[in-house]
Design a binder for this molecule. Structure first.
Ligand SMILES: [Ca+2]
Ligand SMILES: [Ca+2]
Length: 635
C-alpha cells in the first residue's frame, strides 16, 4: 500500500489532477484490497475556495473523491475529515455514486486571520489541503500631524471580512517614537472601536501600530516642534465640486507668528488660486502678522486630494480632503447573477443576488453620500431585499441583496428598481429569474500552482456537474468566465529565510492597499468616469485567462487551466464563475481568490519573486477595505 500512496501523492503534488480524473493508466496498484482495507488508491481533496472570509457568512465546501487502483470511483467508503481550527460539518460521510464525500468548513466564530489545515482519510490514504481565513482588518482614523506638546485622539476600528464590527477583542497599540499612549491595549466596544490618545514627547515621524486577531495596521503621525498647520479646511473634509474654498495655513515658531514668509501650496487634485473667485492661479502666499497664509482651491473632478503647504528647505504639512460631486444625474444598476434558485430547503447555501447601484453626476463624476432607495417593483414569488436604502461610498456605489422565497418565477419575473432619495427622477431597473435547475455545478481546486514557460503561472480548477441525485453528468457544456474583483498595491520584503509581505523591521504589512476593479460595468472597456487613478487604462484589467466553454468528461468533471503573468500573482483578485444552462435556467458556482504565487518563488531570498513590487504601485494609505486614497493614483 505504501508504494501506491506515494504514487498518488506525487501525482497530486505535480498538479496532474487531470491524469487522476481522466486517464485509466495513471495508477498502477501492486497491492489489491486485502482484509478490511477497502482498496482505496487515491483521495482527491477539492475545495470550493482556497480562502474563507472571517465573517462566517460563507463556508468552503470540501469534497473528497475516492478511487481505486483502476481509477474507478468507489462508493460507500467512509471518509474521515479533520480541520486544525474552525468548524467542520460533515455533509455525507460515506462516498456516493460519484465517489464523493463532502463536508463544509466555517470559521466557527473565530475571527483570527489564519491558515486551516484540512485532511481527508479513506482507507489508508490521507490527503491534505489548506484554507486561508482572511478579511479581518484594522482601520485607524485621526490626524496625521501635530506639534510636540499637543495631543490627538486616534479612532481604531476592527472589522471582519464583511466589514462588520468585531466587539470584545483585545487590540494592542504601540508608538515607534515613544509617544505617551492613553493605553497600550484596549478591548473593542460594541461598535468594534477603541480610542487612543497620543501625546508626543519628541518631534519626528511616529508610526502608531495596532494589532489584533492576526491583523495589523499603522498610522503615521508627523510631529513638529513648531506649529505649521493647515487650519482650514479640516482634515478629511468633503468639498463640493466647482466651489472655491479657502485654505489657511498657520506658522508659529516657539508660539510667535512667523510673519512675511513665503509658503508654497500644492494639491494632488484641484487647482490653487490667490483670489476668492478662483480666477488667478497661484502657488505661493506670504504669512501675515498673525503667521497666517491664505490661498483658495477648486476642482471640477471628484476624488480625494492631498493639500500640502511647505517652505523650501523648511517645514511641510498636508491634509487629505475629498472633492465630491453632489448632483445625481445617472444611476447604473447591475445584478451579479441573472438567475438564482429558490430557497425551498434543498439548497446548501442561501440563494441570493447582489444589486449594485453606481451614481454619477452630469459629467460622469462618481457621487458620494447619496441615499439610494431600492424597491421590488415586480415579483410574484415573494422574495425580499435585505436592505431598502444604502448610501453611496467614495466610488458612488450602494448595494442591496435580493433573497428568493421558496417559489420560482417566470423568466425575468423579478424586477428591482433603484432611485435617488433627493432626486427621484434618477432611476434604474434590473431583472432576474428564480428557477430550479436539475443540474448542479461546482468548482474545486487543489493547492498547486504550476509554472508555464518563462513568464506564466497556471492555477488549475476542476468543474463538476452532478444531477439532483448527486450522479455525475457527462458531456455537459459548462460556460466559464473570469473577471477581476480588486487589485493590490505594495511589495514583497525579505523576512527571515523567505519573501514576505510583513516587514521584519517594523512588523508592518507591506500589502498596503486594496482597490476595486475600475471596470465597474465589467464590459472590458474604459468608459467615462471609470479611470479613477488617471492611468489611461482600466486597473487591473483582464489579467487571467480561462477557457470560455468546456464539456464534462465521462466522470462529470473537467479540469482546466487559469493562466496569468507571474508578476500579477498575489496582486489581483479574480472571480471565477462556471455555469450551465438547462431548459433556459442556469446553475452557477463562483469562487473569488487572489491569483496565487508559487511558494518556490518566495522561498529563495537570493532571487526576487515575480511582482516584487506590485504592478499597480507601491504606496497606499493602509486602507485594506473600502476605497482608500491610494486607489486614486499609481504611485
Ligand atoms: Ca467599463
Ligand atoms: Ca486606471
Amino acid at each position: 500500500m505504501i508504494k501506491t500512496i506515494k504514487i498518488a501523492m506525487l501525482l497530486i503534488i505535480a498538479g496532474i489532477l487531470s491524469a487522476c480524473l481522466n486517464s485509466t493508466d495513471a495508477f498502477v496498484s501492486d497491492n489489491p484490497a486485502t482484509g478490511a482495507d477497502p482498496g482505496v488508491s487515491s483521495v482527491l481533496l477539492l475545495l470550493s475556495s482556497p480562502q474563507l472570509g472571517s465573517s462566517g457568512a460563507d463556508v468552503v465546501t470540501v469534497t473528497a473523491i475516492v478511487k481505486d487502483s483502476s481509477n474507478l470511483v468507489m462508493s460507500d467508503i467512509p471518509v474521515v475529515f479533520t480541520a486544525s481550527s474552525g468548524s467542520l460539518a460533515v455533509v455525507n460521510k460515506d462516498t456516493d455514486g460519484s465517489g464523493q464525500a463532502t463536508a463544509t468548513l466555517a470559521p466557527g466564530n473565530d475571527y483570527n486571520n489564519r491558515t486551516i489545515t484540512l485532511t481527508a482519510t479513506a482507507g489508508s490514504v490521507t490527503e491534505t489541503a489548506t484554507v486561508e481565513v482572511t478579511g479581518t482588518s484594522i482601520t485607524i482614523n485621526g490626524e496625521s500631524s501635530l506639534t510636540a506638546g499637543d495631543s490627538t485622539v486616534l479612532t481604531i476600528v476592527l472589522t471582519d471580512s464583511d466589514g462588520n464590527p468585531i466587539s470584545s477583542e483585545l487590540m494592542t497599540v504601540a508608538s515607534s517614537l515613544g509617544s505617551t499612549l492613553s493605553a497600550s491595549s484596549l478591548t473593542t466596544d460594541s461598535s468594534g472601536q477603541i480610542q487612543v490618545n497620543v501625546t508626543p514627547v519628541a518631534s519626528g515621524t511616529d508610526t502608531i501600530t495596532v494589532s489584533s486577531l492576526g491583523a495589523s495596521a499603522s498610522h503615521v503621525l508627523t510631529i513638529s516642534g513648531d506649529e505649521f498647520q493647515i487650519t482650514t479646511p479640516s482634515a478629511n473634509a468633503d468639498i463640493t465640486l466647482g466651489t472655491c474654498s479657502e485654505i489657511n495655513l498657520k506658522w508659529l515658531v516657539s508660539g510667535s507668528p512667523n510673519a512675511g514668509q513665503t509658503i508654497s501650496f500644492s494639491a494632488t487634485r484641484g487647482s490653487i488660486y490667490s483670489d476668492s473667485a478662483c480666477t488667478a492661479s497661484a502657488t505661493t502666499a506670504s504669512t501675515d502678522s498673525s503667521g497666517n497664509a491664505k490661498v483658495y482651491v477648486k476642482s471640477t473632478f471628484s476624488g480625494p486630494s492631498t493639500l500640502t503647504a511647505f517652505v523650501t528647505g523648511g517645514p511641510s504639512t498636508s491634509i487629505s480632503i475629498s472633492f465630491v460631486a453632489t448632483t445625481a444625474a445617472f444611476i447604473d444598476l447591475q445584478v451579479d447573477k441573472s438567475t438564482i434558485g429558490p430557497n425551498d430547503g434543498s439548497q446548501t447555501v442561501q440563494q441570493q443576488a447582489t444589486i449594485s447601484a453606481t451614481v454619477r453626476d452630469p459629467n460622469n463624476n462618481l457621487v458620494k453620500g447619496k441615499l439610494v432607495r431600492f424597491e421590488i417593483t415586480q415579483d410574484l414569488s415573494g422574495g425580499t431585499l435585505t436592505t431598502a436604502t444604502a448610501t453611496t461610498d467614495t466610488l458612488g456605489r450602494a448595494s442591496t441583496t435580493y433573497v428568493s422565497s421558496a417559489a420560482t418565477t417566470s423568466k425575468d419575473g423579478v424586477q428591482i428598481s433603484a432611485f435617488i432619495d433627493d432626486t427621484p427622477s434618477v432611476t434604474g431597473t434590473v431583472n432576474l429569474t428564480v428557477a430550479q435547475n436539475g443540474l448542479f455545478v461546482r468548482l474545486g481546486t487543489g493547492n498547486n500552482v504550476a509554472k508555464v514557460g518563462a513568464t506564466q503561472y497556471n492555477k488549475q480548477y476542476t468543474v463538476m456537474v452532478t444531477d439532483a441525485s448527486g450522479n455525475a453528468v457527462a458531456n455537459e457544456d459548462v460556460t466559464i468566465s473570469i473577471n477581476p474583483e480588486q487589485y493590490g498595491k505594495g511589495y514583497w520584503v525579505v523576512n527571515g529565510d523567505s519573501w514576505s509581505k510583513i516587514d521584519p523591521d517594523s512588523n508592518q504589512s507591506t500589502f498596503l492597499q486594496t482597490c476595486p476593479n475600475e471596470d465597474t460595468n465589467e464590459n472590458g472597456i474604459l468608459d467615462p468616469g471609470e479611470d479613477i487613478n488617471n492611468s489611461g487604462v482600466i486597473e487591473p484589467g483582464n489579467i487571467a485567462s480561462a477557457p470560455a466553454q468546456v464539456a464534462t468528461g465521462a466522470d462529470g468533471t473537467f479540469e482546466f487551466d487559469i493562466l496569468y503573468p507571474r508578476e500579477f500573482a498575489s496582486w489581483v483578485e479574480v472571480r471565477l464563475t462556471a455555469s450551465t444552462q438547462v431548459a433556459g435556467t442556469e446553475s452557477t458556482d463562483s469562487v473569488t481568490f487572489w491569483l496565487p504565487i508559487a511558494s518556490e518563488d518566495t522561498n529563495d531570498t537570493n532571487v526576487l519573486p515575480p511582482g516584487v513590487n506590485s504592478p499597480f504601485g507601491v504606496t497606499g494609505d493602509g486602507a485594506l477595505s473600502g476605497v482608500g486614497a491610494g486607489c486614486f493614483n499609481t504611485d
